[in-house]
Design a protein around this ligand. Structure first.
Ligand code: LLP
Length: 399
């Protein structure tokens, strides 16, 4: 009986199922290796844990970075510089220099002002910077307002009206090499019609450019494929990449020599991660029963920031496997963290089995934008992370 053996493992911590990640990467590779290969850059911002990054790099994917720190993390994990792209509306000079020194594949440039700085720094270093222009396609996505990025009102990308002159400016510079176009309309997108709308807009833009004799080599549609947060179980665990790629295969009209690139983050890593926490107390309020847990918005900010839903299950170790489940969910709780903020709530009125002090809970689908967005607010330490194998060895060592 190993149920008590996690008693001495401090919580909260992230638990990563690297077998599920391997299955997800296998599925992605199967879909990507077609006669016209797809170029997939993993969005490092979703999860930059070195163990996870190394596994994704070893599977042969590229990386999409948004800071100098992410470029370093990607290079350290073994992503080849030739597979790294660098986006972000505000790139600092040292980050641009690092990207140039590292000879990454391309900058995803978000404004003419940024492009002028890249040109100046590249000239000073005697280099040529490869650039893709991130165009704001004014295409909405059916997702939370805070993670919609492709509308004209958002800060991201270059306005479509400025696309042609900006490309011509890049083409005229000896220190810039124009490589292609980049887009990203938002994240946690579950409606394939949104990607379809983007593909059609991209076709329009490509025709406009063709009329001026311009053929971008790279067409990067960004990321955004959502996952099922309500059912992190069984066949739902590996996302349906085929449906996503089929949208682009059917809708996007690329010419021979044009490459399809994308930047998936969440869909690759969300389901393989859980945040493990312990119930500290069950507090009986006037109207509610609160399960107060030792993880808070400092470890997982998504519910506080986006009202995000995460499935929460009790966790136990059975033999050599870890079990998540809510059998006998007969009571309702607000599951809340210890942070001094009213928004530090993981779930309201959630049906759970009767909870008591010490019960381990798994906040599921937390592999993306979980550990990566953790903070030290309230002087809390950053959470540790274990793979399943590491946790089971810790449990058995304690048995
Ligand atoms: N490419 C660009 C330019 C991006 O801005 C993003 C995400 C991605 C790719 C990857 O998107 P994904 O495939 O993961 O949807 N913290 C929020 C999500 C923010 C996404 C930011 N950009 C959350 O927890 O839902």
């Amino acid at each position: 009986m190993y149920a008590g053996t996690l008693d001495t493992v401090p919580t909260p911590f992230y638990l990563y199922d690297t077998k599920l990640l391997a299955d997800t990467l296998d599925e992605l590779r199967r879909e990507a290796c077609t006669s016209e290969p797809l170029h997939i850059h993993y969005a490092v911002k979703a999860n930059a844990n070195p163990v996870i990054l190394r596994q994704i790099a070893a599977a042969g994917f590229g990386a999409d970075c948004v800071s100098g720190g992410e470029i370093r993390a990607a290079l350290d994990a073994g992503f080849p510089a030739a597979g790294i792209v660098f986006a972000g509306v505000g790139k600092a000079d040292w980050e641009i220099r690092l990207a140039l020194e590292s000879n990454i594949a391309a900058f995803n440039v978000e404004s003419r002002e940024e492009m002028a700085v890249i040109e100046e720094l590249a000239a000073a270093m005697g280099r040529t910077a490869r650039v893709c222009l991130r165009i704001n396609p004014n295409v909405g996505a059916h997702t939370h307002a805070n993670i919609t990025t492709g509308l004209a009102e958002n800060k991201f990308g270059i306005d479509m009206a400025d696309m042609l002159p900006t490309i011509q400016q890049a083409q005229a510079s000896p220190h810039l090499s124009f490589e292609g176009l980049h887009f990203h309309i938002g994240s946690q997108i579950e409606e394939m019609d949104d990607f379809c709308a983007l593909a059609r807009k991209v076709n329009e833009l490509l025709s406009t450019l063709a009329a001026s004799g311009i053929m971008p080599r790279i067409v990067n549609v960004g990321g955004g494929l959502g996952i099922n947060y309500c059912h992190p179980h069984g066949t739902q665990l590996v996302p349906r990449f085929r449906d996503y790629f089929d949208v682009y295969r059917h809708e996007l009209r690329l010419k021979p020599g044009q490459e399809f690139h994308c930047e998936l983050g969440r869909a690759i890593v969300a389901q393989m991660g859980s945040l493990i926490t312990r119930v500290l107390y069950v507090k009986h309020g006037r109207h509610k029963r609160f399960a107060i847990v030792d993880a808070g918005m400092t470890e997982l900010i998504r519910p506080a920031l986006y009202d995000a839903h995460h499935c929460i299950e009790t966790m136990s170790i059975e033999g050599r496997s870890i079990h998540f489940g809510n059998e006998g969910a007969t009571e309702t709780y607000d599951i809340v963290g210890p942070i001094c903020e009213s928004s530090d709530v993981f779930a309201r009125d959630r049906a759970m089995p009767p909870l008591c002090r010490g019960q381990l809970l798994a906040i599921r689908s937390a592999g993306a934008y979980g550990e990566a967005m953790a903070s030290t607010y309230n002087c809390r330490p950053l959470p540790k992370a274990y793979t399943m194998k590491e946790l089971l060895s810790a449990a058995h060592a304690n048995a």
